[in-house]
Design a protein around this ligand. Structure first.
Ligand code: ATP
Ligand code: MG
Length: 563
């Protein structure tokens, strides 16, 4: 792993001093725990997205900060929709961010046997029973805030429940016929405590267990058991599990006597990450992929880590973002401009400068000899003196960007205009002469004269206000660029009008293709994934799938308000 990634990871963990740290410090001081042992438990039903990154930075980062350890656990207890493809991708993405689980890689499904045994103990102790309400009845009997739930089977004799539970496992009953329920409190104000379902029957193949099982534990049973079995001390999760914490603790209380462990896991919740103009739900992201709305999980517009990576985001920029948003208890919406700001800052330091002309028009320097080439020395990165310089060829025929020429210029237009002068970046000043048109009235070529005498210096008799970028038409190569933008047009994608769906807010301009842009010849040899600042245009990364394409990571203009 590159040292700089490690360093950035460490730095982002230094969002220390958050409320989770306060709790942990206190417990360590009081001797409640001797170690910090966390876990990151993704469900392998999709790719990790930037929201998961917050969780994994908290899980791995908190452990590292206290010299502890963090397990990577595939939360694959729910048999539907899981896939090895996702397991491998999740590992790759975590490594990309600079975190490592070493030999502590687990599958929740590996605990099925143990979980089943612990459920048997619960039945034996009168803490669980087999229920045979249909799903409809179950809903009907749930009660409400003023009425307790009704559960006609909760006093079923222990032996009978145990027998039914065994026969559920043996495959004697159809799906939905029986469930195992915890016996807690039918009148609880917390509906999760109203005798929640612990096991259900599903005839579905599990991606690792095959058809061995037809009863599956619910998350609320499986997760605390897995935490307890692995000796987790702090089970850090997002806020939607807060209401489940009493149940988590209830399960822990029931199973600890049967588990050989000195540590009792404690669940602590933190706020989920929400970002403007973005959806962060695997279900919704999966829909975009499966319906061809985006070009796969790694489409550069996706908020997945593989999408961000392909777009050109660096791990350092992602970690910087996570560290800046901090760890809070209250849910909030983060401006996507901050994420863009972070990658812009990082690439500003690291990316070499290159010239690309997105929308080329031809310029002919009438007073420059045909066949002559001269080279100007141009810095690779003005922010990084070690990056050196390169030689950029100048010839009689050049490309400039159509956006840098206006035949009818607005006031204060300092780029090229009829009779006007402009500086060619790092080279001569040119004066606009004849403008030759195509039959359709568009500009075919612009004739100019160069101020050869002044060279790259400043004239004494006048001030040249504009500078534009350019390429030699003799030497330029070609490529395609995709000008990526935000995937959704609405800020708060969690708050949609009733009659609208998130799909209704897709940005039609989120991937605008610019074909046959002109580029510096050296860019043809760029490595896939290599990142550049196209001067005056934006940051771009060479695509890792289509070698002839550059992806716009972000524009140069920072929309994020300065503090
Ligand atoms: P999704 O809603 O995208 O399907 P999930 O919570 O079902 O997400 P998991 O794979 O179960 O996805 O999540 C693994 C971990 O990542 C969990 O601890 C979860 O709390 C956390 N997590 C998921 N999304 C976010 C988010 N937006 N912000 C912070 N943590 C998140
Ligand atoms: Mg989940």
């Amino acid at each position: 792993m590159a040292d700089e990634i490690k360093a950035a990871a460490a730095e982002s963990e230094a969002s220390a001093g958050n409320f989770i740290d306060e709790i942990i410090k206190d417990e360590l001081e009081r001797g409640v725990n001797k170690t910090v042992h966390t876990r990151f438990p993704p469900e392998p039903n999709g790719y990790l997205h930037i929201g998961h990154t917050k969780a994994l930075v908290i899980d791995f980062g908190t452990a590292r900060r206290y010299g502890g350890i963090c397990n990577l656990r595939m939360d694959d207890t729910n048999p539907a929709k899981e896939d090895v493809e996702f397991v491998d991708a999740i590992k790759e993405d975590i490594h990309w961010l600079g975190f490592d689980w070493e030999d502590r890689f687990y599958y929740g499904s590996d605990y099925f046997e143990k979980t089943y045994e612990l459920a048997e103990h619960m039945i034996e102790n009168g803490d669980a029973y087999v229920c045979e309400l249909t799903p409809d009845q179950f809903r009907e009997y749930r009660g409400d805030l003023t009425h307790p739930a009704v559960s006609p089977y909760r006093d079923r004799p222990i032996e009978e429940s145990l027998d039914l539970f065994h026969r559920m496992r043996a495959g004697e009953f159809p799906e939905g016929k029986y469930t195992l329920r915890a016996k807690i409190d039918l009148a609880s104000g917390n509906f999760n405590m109203r005798d929640p379902v612990l096991y259900r029957i599903r005839y579905i193949e599990h991606h690792r267990q095959g058809t061995k099982w037809c009863v599956f534990p619910m998350y609320d049973l499986a997760h605390p058991i897995q935490d307890a079995l692995e000796g987790i001390t702090y089970s850090l999760c997002s806020l939607e599990y807060e209401e489940h914490r009493p149940l988590y603790n209830w399960v822990i209380d029931r199973v600890m006597p049967y588990i050989n462990s000195e540590t009792r896991p404690r669940q602590i919740e933190f706020a989920r990450l929400n970002i403007t103009n973005t959806v962060l739900s695997k279900r919704k992201l999966r829909y975009l992929v499966e319906n061809g709305i985006v070009d796969g999980w790694d489409d550069p517009r996706m908020p997945t880590l593989c999408g961000l990576r392909r777009r050109g985001y660096t791990p350092e920029s992602v970690l910087d973002f996570i560290s800046r948003i901090g760890v809070s208890k209250a849910n909030s919406m983060v401006d996507i401009g901050l994420l863009e700001h972070c990658v812009r800052e990082d690439l500003n330091q690291k990316a070499r400068r290159r010239i690309a002309v997105i929308n080329p028009i031809k310029v002919i320097v009438d007073n420059y000899p045909e066949g002559k080439t001269e080279y100007f020395d141009v810095a690779n990165n003005p922010n990084d003196p070690d990056a050196g310089t390169r030689k950029v060829p100048f010839t009689r025929e050049l490309w400039i960007d159509a956006d840098d020429f206006a035949e009818v210029p607005p006031p204060k237009y300092f780029r090229l205009k009829p009779d006007g002068e402009v500086r060619l970046m790092g080279s001569y000043i040119i004066r606009c002469g004849e403008i030759v048109k195509n039959d359709d009235g568009s500009v075919k070529e612009i004739h100019v004269t160069a101020d050869i005498g002044t060279g790259t210096g400043n004239p004494t008799d006048r001030k040249i206000k504009g500078t534009i970028h350019w390429l030699s038409a003799d030497y330029a190569a070609e490529a395609d660029a995709i000008l990526y933008d935000r995937l959704f047009t609405k800020d708060d994608m969690n708050d949609l009008p009733e009659d609208k769906d998130y799909i209704d807010y897709l940005n039609p301009e989120s991937a605008v293709k610019a074909e046959k842009i002109k580029i510096e010849p050296s860019l043809s040899d760029a490595e896939p994934g290599e990142k550049f600042q196209f001067v005056r245009v934006g940051y771009f990364a060479k695509d890792t799938k289509n070698p002839g394409t550059f992806n716009r990571v972000v524009t140069l203009k920072d929309s994020f308000p300065k503090k």
